[in-house]
Write a protein that binds this ligand. Structure first.
Ligand SMILES: CC(C)NC(=O)n1c(-c2ccccc2)cc2c1CN(S(=O)(=O)c1cccs1)CC2
Length: 232
């Protein structure tokens, strides 16, 4: 049985990423708003717009703390952000959704999201994803590293130096793999299950593109930042 050991450098890398991930949280007041009194579909939509916009700002700040990210080609940095924004949003949503909340809050949150103008065909896969992430009971280091691995996906559109991104992603994958073995010794397939979620994320981001089309049809407005990052 191979002895898995996280090196000093990997420990330091994990600390930088996890601290950054925890530091850049969605403002609690925005998340709390979703739990306040009765909302109309229109107001639920506006709240999700506000949360998603704030999450994009959080994402940009977070990526600046990924060691090596700022050394990448500037245009590639933008391509990685745009390419991963939707997936990072779904991942963050799943983590917010599966977080321990006071009793009844999760149900209210689910209700608000269901009543926000998103068509049923996207609601089901979205909540299935939230639950499948919740079942993994990821520790915060795993959450931070999984988001980092998602951002550092080399084959996003318009990435020029894919090798440079691949090298960075492999560094993160190695730490994540070791962490999974150490955190879940009774489940040798845990790391593989985590990476399987990234495949599910890609499918969700295709749904998202269609969600946007249906919202546009009903004349829903997005913020300039969301329009820019989603190319709408
Ligand atoms: C935590 C933040 C990042 N999550 C968030 O904003 N959510 C959440 C969500 C999930 C669990 C807990 C709390 C919130 C569900 C949905 C969104 C946003 N999207 S969206 O970006 O397509 C959007 C549609 C219209 C305007 S913005 C729609 C679905």
């Amino acid at each position: 049985k191979e002895k898995v050991e996280i090196t000093k450098e990997q420990q330091a890398l994990m600390k930088i990423i996890t601290d950054a991930y925890n530091r850049h949280q969605i403002p609690q007041d925005v998340a709390k708003k979703l739990l306040q009194d009765q909302y109309s579909a229109e107001e639920n939509f506006l709240l999700l717009t506000e949360m998603a916009t704030s999450q994009v700002q959080v994402l940009v700040e977070f990526t600046k703390n990924i060691p090596g990210f700022l050394s990448l080609d500037r245009e590639d940095q933008i391509a990685l952000l745009k390419g991963s924004a939707v997936e990072a949003m779904f991942l963050r949503s799943a983590q917010v959704f599966s977080r321990k909340m006071p009793s009844g809050h999760t149900e209210v949150l689910e209700e608000r999201i269901r009543k926000s103008g998103i068509s049923e065909e996207f609601i089901t896969p979205m909540f299935n994803f939230y639950k499948s992430i919740g079942e993994l009971h990821m520790v915060q280091e795993e959450q931070a590293l999984l988001t980092t691995v998602t951002i550092l996906t080399p084959d996003r559109p318009y990435v020029k130096d894919q090798q440079a991104v691949e090298r960075l992603q492999e560094t993160m994958l190695d730490v994540l793999r070791k962490l999974c073995v150490l955190q879940h010794p009774q489940e040798p397939q845990y790391f593989a299950r985590l990476l399987g979620r990234l495949t599910e994320l890609r499918t969700l981001s295709h749904y998202h593109t269609e969600m946007l089309v249906s919202w546009r049809m009903n004349d829903h407005k997005f913020t300039p930042l969301l329009c820019e990052i989603w190319d709408v």
